[in-house]
Design a protein around this ligand. Structure first.
Ligand SMILES: [Zn+2]
Length: 129
């Protein structure tokens, strides 16, 4: 135990510090990577929804329109046919359709953060070797 503590302290402290930063950078990178991959998968697979959908209210099989495609792209899983949507809007006149802008600004932010993470990671690796 005491022999370990007697080892060159500066070197040991530096290694521990680097390892912690490396771990945080890797974890942040993984997290951002997952977000970016999910966004890419969504862009690839969700760009073209199936031709039809089942209305969440009247359970009819109806073709997609611009409104439901837009909802599909913003990650919604419940769709309503034009008639049910019209009825819903009459019942909720105050509620406006959301544009889903929240997810739109997440992608560039995630990209910038991942670039920073990759940069920090490579700098850390370069310094370590
Ligand atoms: Zn319906």
């Amino acid at each position: 135990m005491s022999e370990l503590i007697m080892a060159p302290m500066e070197c040991a402290a530096a290694v521990v510090f680097d390892d912690n930063i490396l771990m945080i950078v890797v974890l942040v990178g993984l997290l951002i990577g997952i977000i970016v991959i999910r966004a890419i998968i969504r862009l690839i697979f969700m760009a073209k929804p199936p031709a039809t959908f089942r209305c969440a209210r009247c359970k009819r099989e109806v073709p997609h329109n611009n409104r439901t495609i837009e909802a599909w792209r913003s990650g919604k899983h419940k769709f309503f046919c034009q008639e049910c949507h019209q009825k819903w809007r009459e019942m909720h006149p105050a509620v406006r359709e959301s544009s889903g802008g929240g997810s739109g600004c997440m992608l560039p932010l995630a990209l910038i953060l991942s670039l920073i993470a990759i940069g920090t990671y490579s700098v850390t690796r370069f310094n370590a070797s």
